[in-house]
Design a protein around this ligand. Structure first.
Ligand code: 2NL
Length: 356
């Protein structure tokens, strides 16, 4: 039988040389397993004389503890090494920048609408909204538009289909946002200051017209409202919207819902085929307006002997085009890359079309 010192040296060497968990377990079984060399020797202790046992017992126990501790230490070291290997192999570079993804944008019409609403909000106007499908009363009668008026012909207005025997009043796609203002008057009464932006529909389709477009109307009703208030509000609006002082020109006109009525032009110039708003001695019509007709005030439940108001309406799409220098509707809707990109058209996000 080997002496304690030899056993110790042999197993410590084998433990040190074990390259993995399996080899290490082999060493453990050989030394400390049920039939391991050290276990067998410990079983021998029972057959020894008390003197021999007193000497061999502590030595064997010490050896057993030492081998056991060495096995554990080696096991931990092997596991640490394996973990280090994995960490090295599975290293991931998380500093790599993400690939750019195409992003959508706010629709230019929505953007301009919000800008306009913010400017009018500073002058005390709240935003009113309403249905896009209206009765012909809200769209026409309430606005003093007579039954014979050309706008009421099938030709100009989208009427909703009525099945035979359906006797509800005719419904139309609103041709202006004025019905929203009638509803606002009925709900809030006077005094009132609102704007009504939104989609409107007319049976029109050519180089300068689309069947759906956006309109913003506004009105202010109080006891002493005059056209002077209208002129100031509009000039203030144009100046803030275009970022510079813009002169206006009021020309007498006619609308069924206002009396007197005025068409409003803004100052502009053509320089080298480029339209510039707010300079030069040219004029461009952008807006219709006037003092609200007494019949229209009454439709809104407001007494025209006590209250009066101004109202105006203009096209949002057109104002967006003017602000961004887009020459015509075809460019606006079909071909101008600035607009298409702004619209978020997917094809434009192809890498070959990306500037940077
Ligand atoms: C135009 C003309 C206009 C109005 C709209 C209005 C609304 C109510 C009462 C009276 Cl509820 N008037 N709106 C007034 C004058 C002109 O629009 O050419 N728009 C593009």
């Amino acid at each position: 039988m080997d002496g304690i010192a030899e056993l110790r040296a042999k197993y410590l060497a084998e433990i040190g040389a074990a390259a993995g968990a399996d080899a290490l377990e082999g060493v453990r079984l050989a030394a400390l397993g049920k039939k391991g060399e050290i276990s067998l020797m410990m079983r021998e202790l029972g057959r020894m004389s008390p003197e021999e046992r007193q000497q061999a017992g502590p030595a064997l126990n010490g050896l057993k503890d030492e081998i056991d501790a060495a096995l554990r230490a080696r096991k931990a070291a092997l596991e640490d090494a394996a973990l280090d290997e994995r960490l090295k192999a599975e290293w991931l570079d998380i500093t790599l920048p993400a690939r750019p993804r195409p992003r959508g944008t706010i629709h230019p019409v929505s953007q301009v609408t919000e800008e306009m609403a913010a400017i009018f909000a500073d002058m005390g106007f709240a935003v009113a909204e309403g249905p896009q499908i209206e009765t012909d009363w809200y769209n026409f009668d309430a606005l003093n538009i007579a039954p014979e008026h050309p706008a009421r012909q099938e030709h100009d207005t989208f009427f909703l289909h009525r099945a035979a025997g359906d006797n509800r009043p005719p419904h139309v796609l609103r041709t202006h946002t004025s019905p929203v203002q009638i509803r606002a008057m009925q709900e809030q009464g006077a005094p009132i200051r609102v704007i009504a932006p939104g989609r409107v529909y007319r049976m029109d389709m050519d180089l300068t017209h689309t069947p759906m477009f956006h309109q913003i109307e506004g009105m202010a009703i109080d006891r002493d409202i005059t056209m002077a208030n209208l002129k100031w509000v509009l000039e203030e609006f144009f100046s803030v919207y275009f970022g510079q002082r813009v002169k206006t020109r009021f020309r007498a006109s006619h609308f069924p819902f206002t009396e007197p009525s005025a068409e409003v032009d803004i100052q502009c110039s053509w320089v080298g085929g480029q339209l510039k708003v707010g300079e030069g001695d040219g004029w461009m019509e952008v807006l219709g307006s006037g003092m609200m007709h007494p019949h229209v005030l009454r439709s809104g439940g407001i007494d025209p002997d006590e209250w009066q108001g101004f109202a105006f309406g203009m096209g949002i799409d057109r104002m967006a085009m003017l602000k961004y220098g887009i020459p015509d509707l075809r460019a606006f809707f079909e071909s101008d890359l600035r607009w298409l990109r702004h619209y978020g058209f997917g094809a434009l996000e192809a890498p070959s079309l990306h500037a940077g």
